[in-house]
Ligand binder design. Structure first.
Ligand SMILES: Cc1cc2nc3c(=O)[nH]c(=O)nc-3n(C[C@H](O)[C@H](O)[C@H](O)COP(=O)(O)O)c2cc1C
Length: 362
């Protein structure tokens, strides 16, 4: 497939089409005010990516409850006080011509005590001395996801993407290792997937018919089972519960090491499924124009750009201008990022990512 295919529009089950096949992946950058209100640094970053030619821009992981916080200076969507900042973000993205989506996040057992978080495990065995959430508490968290989606809609976003990856609460509940509950949210796969399905279903009912729902899913670690996730994804596709699936791989070329699908690409385990009207994309080391085009050939409808979008804000525009474009090699100097317009806060955040900022680079 040629590079030009990346610039063809993509329709969704709900809402407006995406103008091309590039989504900016959710990227936490720890720049918000301590109360989760978007700061001038958040707005500046969003203004930059809004003008960068993406079809859809995700916000960073945005917490749906103050007690579900994971990161210092994390953006919040749990209070109406956060609405003006969120409204400005949505307007900037729309102004640049992209669709906008808030990534809805709750840290579950990994909520950060030092930031006022309340570790909220699915199981009483996960953190010694901390009891499992009660059924009522799980329902409260579900409702917080739905209330946050409503808030995103009021702020003017085109949609939301519940964060079902990396062991955060939705993937925690999905995991047979982290979820040994005996209520309706634990036990068999149907029960472990119930929180995710109720969140998605609740958002669909609470928000308007044009509101878009993405779902971010990761497969690795946290005791998640590929075969089970495939089964749930197949059902979600069949029932057309979401507009798009975002497969959060760390390497989009990853090969399955064990089990039924050993030797296949992780991606193909999901792209091989009948997807009805649901769109599918992936993230993971997508750092060149050619790799983007190749992923469409491998069955993706779109690609998610992470680190390449931090290195060069305008990655999609560069791909359009040059079919052989490649991201700069890592690590880069802090000055390189500074010259590209990245704030000191964001650069400091990136110093924590392995092999991204050159060690000792002032
Ligand atoms: C700085 C940084 C922040 C990230 N923050 C989030 C986040 O808030 N939510 C999320 O789901 N993934 C997050 N990720 C993962 C990315 O969205 C993406 O899936 C991952 O980096 C793989 O894509 P890449 O190889 O293009 O970077 C983050 C990654 C990076 C590098």
């Amino acid at each position: 497939m040629s590079i030009s295919s990346l610039f063809e529009p993509l329709a969704f089950l709900h809402g407006p089409p995406m103008r091309n096949r590039f989504m900016l992946a959710p990227l936490t950058n720890q720049q918000s005010e301590p109360d989760g209100v978007a700061s001038e640094f958040d707005q500046d970053w969003i203004r930059q990516v809004a003008q960068s030619g993406y079809g859809l821009v995700h916000t960073c992981a945005t917490n749906v409850e103050a007690s579900g916080i994971a990161f210092a200076r994390q953006l919040g969507i749990h209070s109406d006080d956060q609405l003006p900042g969120l409204t400005e973000i949505a307007a900037s993205i729309r102004g640049g011509g992209a669709l906008s989506s808030v990534q809805l996040h709750h840290a579950g057992h990994r909520a950060n005590l030092r930031l006022g978080g309340v570790p909220s495990p699915a199981s009483g065995r996960t953190i010694p001395g901390i009891a499992a959430l009660t059924t009522e508490q799980v329902e409260r968290i579900r409702d917080s996801f739905i209330a946050a989606a409503k808030r995103a809609e009021r702020a003017g976003f085109d949609g939301v993407a519940p964060h079902g990856a990396f062991g955060w609460i939705l993937s925690e509940f999905m995991s047979p290792l982290l979820n040994d509950r005996t209520d309706k949210y634990g036990g068999n796969l149907e029960n472990r997937a119930r929180l995710t399905i109720e969140v998605i279903d609740g958002i669909r009912r609470a928000c308007g018919p044009d509101f878009q729902i993405g779902w971010r899913l990761s497969i690795e670690r946290y005791g998640l089972l590929l075969e089970e996730l495939r089964e749930i994804v197949a059902e979600i596709f069949q029932r057309e519960l979401i507009d798009y699936l975002d497969l959060a791989l760390w390497d989009s070329a990853q090969i399955v090491g064990t089990g039924t699908f050993r030797g296949k690409t992780m991606l193909s385990v999901f792209t091989d499924l009948p997807r009805r009207g649901v769109r599918v994309g992936t993230a993971g080391k997508i750092m060149s124009a050619q790799r983007c085009a190749q992923l469409l050939e491998e069955g993706c409808d779109f690609v998610l750009i992470g680190r390449a979008g931090i290195l060069e804000r305008d990655f999609p525009l560069r791909v359009k201008a040059n079919p052989l474009h490649e991201s700069p090699a890592l690590p880069v100097t802090a000055d390189f990022l500074r010259q590209g317009g990245l704030s000191e806060r964001f650069i400091n955040h990136m110093r924590g990512w392995e092999s991204f900022v050159q060690p000792g680079s002032p």
